[in-house]
Design a protein. Structure first.
Length: 76
């Protein structure tokens, strides 16, 4: 993991950026801020928001899909 894609958590421990993205999106879903069926931002929008690679965003979204929190679809 690169230094760029590692952030310091409040407790001082290192947290990977994909974990932070995963946590942020999970929180929005579980808190009800994003209702079921709400479209989450596209990968390229998240890469701009978090200033990271598409691979990092893809890893977080894949874990969210595996956990059943999101459903991934191809753009048409």
């Amino acid at each position: 993991m690169s230094m760029i894609e590692t952030m310091e958590a409040e407790g001082g421990e290192a947290v990977s950026l994909h974990q932070r993205i995963l946590s942020d999106i999970s929180e929005k879903i579980l808190s009800g801020a994003w209702a079921p069926g709400h479209r989450i931002p596209f990968e390229h929008e998240l890469t701009a928001e978090y200033n990271c690679s598409r691979m990092t965003v893809n890893k977080a979204l894949s874990q969210l899909a595996k956990a059943g929190l999101i459903e991934r679809r191809r753009r048409s």
